[in-house]
Design a protein around this ligand. Structure first.
Ligand code: AHM
Ligand code: MG
Length: 347
């Protein structure tokens, strides 16, 4: 048997790569790891208990919340609150950010952004879902977290990653020094290093988007889809279409196999659907660390200056050569009028 490296051992070992005080990274990631295990436990027995189905409330985006969304949201917030590193957390499920206004948290240096259960429309049908997170250093001095602590560019992330609740549970993250993936061994309840130093293949044969929206896509995306479907042996075309409808699962597959995921602007979602802070920035940090790219079709996602917590953006992410090609089509067709607003950061 080869040597098993647990997530805990790995974090302790990597402590030196983290430019902040000793112990902070391990406490932050321990909190995420713990909440992930608890959520995974509930996800894996979702069919057994009365936790499936709609909760009956809507979140700020007007979407129905699922019971497990609410559960995951509570668990991640509670895990963050329980240790003293974080002064606030912004979640896709909450209208406003949560500030930890107590003596215990007043000098905490970090804020966390989270999509506690992404792809939640897939919960009831046993399809992979995930958690996406990112960590920033606060910009305010002390006391409760402020809005400006959360409205930072993705370039300021100090750690980001995701948990996928799939055929196995995996935690994949970066602290800006490569990407590593850990698979949960359910028999011992420990995340073990299974995917060291992950790199996205330079190119692949998978394109992932909701083609049902085709007629509403920008011309550049339509042209790229035609390109993907064209027969051309030297470039392995036609490519294969794969779309799960869980960003984490689609992203994770493309990260390992090579591919591109696109959620562009559409007529019904002129600024795209995905959220810059909770979904796009964290996975952009991961993919760039793995040698890939993430853009809004034109420029780097992580360079967008957020102006509001629940901001959306068109999203292109994946293997660098496929990204270059898709962006070339976007450039040729020009910025779609719906996206001009996003580019100008008008919310
Ligand atoms: P959610 O955070 O409410 O679950 O929404 C985000 C999800 C992504 O996981 C997925 O890629 C996308 O929405 C699917 O959207 P659509 O059904 O429009 O294709
Ligand atoms: Mg989501």
């Amino acid at each position: 048997m080869g040597k098993i490296v647990t997530l805990n051992e790995f974090i302790v070992e990597r402590q030196k790569d983290f430019p902040y005080a000793k112990g902070e990274l391990s406490r932050l990631l321990s909190a995420i790891r713990l909440a992930a295990k608890v959520v995974n436990r509930e996800v894996s027995k979702a069919g057994l208990v009365d936790i499936l189905g709609a909760f009956g409330t809507e979140n700020i985006q007007g979407e129905q919340q699922q019971k497990l969304d609410v559960y995951a949201n509570e668990k991640f917030i509670a895990a963050m609150r329980a240790q003293g590193e974080v002064c606030g957390i912004a979640s896709e499920e909450n209208d406003d950010f949560v500030s930890f206004d107590s003596e215990f948290h007043k000098n905490s240096k970090y804020v966390v952004m989270i999509d506690p259960l992404d792809g939640s429309s897939n919960i009831d049908v046993n399809v992979s879902i995930g958690t996406i997170f990112s960590i920033y250093r606060r910009v305010s001095e002390s006391g409760p977290a402020t809005l400006e602590d959360f409205l930072q560019k993705g370039t300021e992330q100090i750690a980001a990653g995701y948990v996928i609740y799939g055929s196995s549970a995996m935690l994949v993250f970066t602290t800006g020094n490569g990407v590593n993936g850990f698979t949960l061994d359910p028999s011992i309840g420990v995340f073990c290093l299974s995917h060291p130093n992950m790199k996205v293949p330079k190119t692949g044969v998978i394109y992932s988007l909701n083609e049902g929206n085709y007629l509403h896509f920008p011309d550049g995306v339509k042209q790229y889809i035609k390109y993907c479907q064209k027969i051309d042996e030297p470039t392995n075309r036609p490519y294969t279409a794969r779309y799960i409808g869980s960003l984490v699962a689609d992203f994770h597959r493309n990260l390992i196999k090579g591919g591109i995921y696109i959620y562009p602007s559409t007529a019904s979602a002129p600024k795209g659907k995905l959220r810059l802070l909770y979904e796009c920035n964290p996975l952009a940090f991961v993919v760039e660390q793995a040698g890939g790219m993430a853009t809004d079709g034109f420029g780097r996602i992580v360079e967008i200056q957020p102006t509001e917590l629940h901001q959306r953006t068109p999203y292109f992410i994946g293997s660098p050569e496929m990204m270059e090609k898709a962006m070339q089509f976007m450039k040729e067709e020009g910025v779609p009028s719906s996206q001009e607003v996003v580019a100008g950061n008008d919310s």
